[in-house]
Design a protein around this ligand. Structure first.
Ligand SMILES: [Fe+2]
Length: 205
């Protein structure tokens, strides 16, 4: 289980994947991303509302084949169930232009067992990081909704942070975590768009 460690005492999976079709994926994403989904405070582009049904099918299949064994391994560790749990992957893609970010949030929804993210482009210097917050410190997480004093934001970095975890993910590094872990995306401070994949592992009943 070398890909799984603990963050704030909760299991956290990370593994750099081989994704030779990444450029093709980004071409597809550019066809389908639209404006910021309703209910998000941030400004970025996403396929969260539009879905990925128009995506090239063989590309979609390749992506599923890449993700599935990693999700299965984390699910087995996290749920610790002797039987296989049937699930569906809800996937969406995000594109952050310069100065775009995402507010702190979690993925707690009915049926969601795990959540995941992956950078599809190189990490950007001093920004664009995904930062995780200790779920036991919900007051701090709540306060963050009103303040962008994020560790990825150099202007505001001086502010003391009580409990955060910045993984510093590399391009194509898959992160899988419990859906209750609060997280946010610090502003992209470069003029190169930041592309990422997000997903929820939803239990099928
Ligand atoms: Fe998220």
């Amino acid at each position: 289980m070398s890909n799984i460690k603990e963050v704030f005492g909760h299991p956290f999976f990370s593994r750099k994947l081989n994704l030779p079709y990444s450029d093709k994926l980004i071409e597809e994403i550019d066809k389908f991303v639209t404006n910021t989904p309703k209910g998000w405070a941030c400004k970025c582009e996403s396929t969260y509302e539009t879905g990925t049904s128009g995506f090239d099918k063989s590309l979609n299949n390749r992506l599923m084949m890449t993700l599935a064994p990693n999700i299965d391994a984390m699910l087995k560790h996290f749920i610790n169930s002797p039987r296989q749990i049937p699930y569906h992957l809800d996937i969406w893609f995000n594109k952050y232009y310069q100065n775009q970010w995402q507010e702190i949030h979690n993925h707690i929804r009915p049926g969601i067992l795990l959540s995941g993210i992956m950078l599809l482009t190189d990490p950007v210097k001093d920004g664009g990081h995904t930062v995780f917050q200790n779920p036991d410190n919900t007051a701090d997480a709540w306060a963050r909704m009103f303040d962008l004093n994020a560790p990825g934001n150099p202007n505001l970095r001086k502010t003391a942070l009580s409990s955060y975890y910045l993984h510093g993910a590399q391009k194509h590094e898959l992160l899988i975590f419990p859906p209750y872990l609060p997280h946010y995306v610090a502003p992209n401070l470069t003029d190169t768009p930041r592309y990422s994949l997000s997903f929820n592992v939803r239990q099928l009943r």
